[in-house]
Design a protein around this ligand. Structure first.
Ligand code: CFM
Length: 543
């Protein structure tokens, strides 16, 4: 008997059903990536994460190049990004992530609309592509005269051994601008996560700390891991500004080269997406003495909590009061929007399988709407994003992780400056204030929910068939197969055409959008031709 007929659904039985079809070896591996959450009875089993996808499985993941070029550097508008590789890599990463940017004026540089590539051909693969790369850098310089040029390696570059860093060094010397390269070949890691780490290392090495000029403003923070998808960063900036908090840099939504170069002058790093940028937070703390905290601007309550946390850190009454005023001003509209959808969203079930942080953050918004997350997981997060940072010492490094360089960072002799005195730190600790901690996704999920890493197409279809959620959240690759099963699907990478969903205004947008989605019957009413006419058959022409 199928578990779909049993009630209530037992997580262990569902897990078994998901594994049923696999060959034994595949099932053994997937079993470690499908975990039954145990919050009430203490620790759940550990989640096997950040390991290679089994060949043949249709994964939701992307590649290392995508994580480096698209995710981390993509949203910065005034660095010329050149893809060193065949044209497809540059073309398919051209404006495909909905990060937005807003130059101060039309006269300011914005290279985001361009796709630049060395367009490697067979003969470059055979004889080497370094000369072509140098020529491309020269051409980009002659055309745009940018302040910086970044070079991104694709798979063939690593296979043939082009020394992109040597070319970047030569061109930096020749042109007198900052030129740096990334060894972010697509195959380099098990997913785009490796690309984040590689990008963080190079930005930290080549850009952070380049500009010591003090920036005006009070309560200076960097917002790390916010990429301005669908305008999220604009909404967060609006709120920070209203509170009187100065954002020195965002890594990397709506950012500029100079923001990265000045980031070391901030007094706090507020980390939104822990997975993609925790490396920069850690390195800035070691080198410059900037502490970091985890915050989350997805969800109205989470936004209020994060603002209070930033205010508590600075400990200044003026800021603390101002933050309360802003929250009091913003919440009535949020509450009105929530009240309007709550009767239809309450009790509905959601599933979230997204990237390395949103599968957690968006649970806040759903729970505000009275919706339950019945199963969730990341595509490429690491164990700490599931189980919390306390498991970091237990994570066994495998060959794939060791393949990604760990920089050896030490205190900057002249610029290291502790931001808080011992007494202030003690005081904050007594108030229960937590630095550099992230508890991960699992403590926020219900007991006996399935937490699944690197979900694949087969399992997604199975889960939908078994649980029949009211909404399924993932990305473009999953969208249409889910909708064809009659379930509303919301893209939480690109937000479809919607957003922003961060901050207070974003929460309002999200409530409305989800309210519409869970009440529409259009997907359930759609019938594919083969469902309406099961006798539909075909013959081969030679028959
Ligand atoms: Fe961080 Fe992201 Fe995400 Fe991510 Fe991404 Fe993204 Fe994402 Mo798509 S940086 S981990 S690599 S929050 S592009 S803005 S939506 S998978 S959950």
């Amino acid at each position: 008997m199928s578990v779909a007929n049993k009630k209530p659904l037992d997580a262990a039985a569902v897990k078994e059903e998901l594994l049923n079809k696999y060959p034994p070896k595949v099932a053994r591996k997937r079993a470690k990536q499908i975990t039954i959450n145990k919050v009430e009875e203490g620790q759940a089993d550990e989640v096997m994460a950040n390991v290679r996808t089994i060949p043949g499985i249709i994964t939701m993941r992307g590649c290392t190049y995508a994580g480096c070029k698209g995710v981390i550097l993509g949203p910065t508008r005034d660095i010329v990004n050149i893809t060193h590789g065949p044209i497809g890599c540059g073309f398919y990463s051209w404006l495909t992530r909905r990060n937005q940017t807003r130059p101060e004026t039309d006269a300011h540089e914005n290279f985001i609309p361009y796709a630049m590539s060395t367009d490697m051909q067979d003969q470059d693969i055979i004889f080497g592509g370094e000369k072509k790369l140098a020529a491309a850098i020269q051409e980009a310089y002659d055309t745009f005269h940018p302040k910086a040029i970044a070079v991104f390696s694709t798979c063939p570059v690593g296979l043939i051994g082009d020394d992109v860093h040597a070319v970047a060094r030569q061109m930096k010397e020749k042109l007198g601008i900052n030129v740096f390269a990334f060894s972010c070949e697509g195959y380099k890691g098990v997913s785009q996560s490796a690309g984040h780490h590689i990008a963080n290392n190079q930005i930290f090495t080549h850009v952070v700390g380049e500009n010591d000029a003090p920036k005006p403003g009070e309560y200076k923070i960097n917002l790390l891991g916010e990429y301005n998808i669908g305008g999220d960063g604009f909404e967060i900036d609006r709120i920070l500004q209203k509170c009187g908090i100065t954002s020195i840099s965002t890594f990397s939504g709506n950012s500029t080269y100079d923001q990265f170069a000045s980031a070391h002058t901030a007094d706090l790093n507020a980390v939104m997406c822990h997975r993609s940028i925790n490396y920069v937070a850690e390195m800035m703390e070691t080198k410059y003495g900037i502490p970091w905290i985890k915050i989350n601007f997805i969800g109205a309550e989470a936004t209020a909590k994060s603002l209070r946390k930033i205010a508590q850190y600075f400990g200044d009454k003026k800021l603390i009061d101002r933050v309360e005023e802003v929250i009091a001003e913003e919440l009535p509209a949020v509450k009105a929007a929530l009240d309007a959808v709550f009767p239809v969203t309450k009790g509905k079930k959601a599933m979230l399988f997204v990237g390395g942080s949103r599968a957690h953050h968006y649970q806040e918004l759903f729970s505000e709407m009275g919706m339950k997350t019945i199963s969730a997981g990341y595509e490429f997060a690491h164990r700490d994003d599931y189980e919390g940072r306390r498991v970091i010492p237990d994570i066994k490094l495998d060959a794939d992780s060791r393949n990604i360089e760990e920089l050896d960072i030490t205190q900057d002799e002249t610029r290291f400056r502790p931001r808080k005195s011992e007494a202030e730190l003690k005081q904050l600790a007594e108030e229960g204030f937590e630095f550099k901690n992230y508890e991960g996704l699992m403590p926020d999920m219900d007991n006996d929910t399935l937490v699944i890493d690197d979900l694949n197409q087969y399992e997604a279809d199975k889960l939908v068939e078994i649980y029949k959620p009211d909404i399924f959240c993932a990305g473009i690759k999953e969208k249409f197969s889910i909708q064809k099963m009659g379930i509303p699907m919301k893209q939480l990478h690109s937000y479809d055409s919607g957003g922003p969903y961060a901050g207070f205004q974003g929460a309002i947008n999200f409530y409305k959008e989800i309210g519409r989605l869970v009440t529409t019957s259009v997907w359930a009413n759609l019938k594919a031709p083969w469902e309406e006419n099961p006798e539909l058959s075909a013959t081969y022409v030679w028959e």
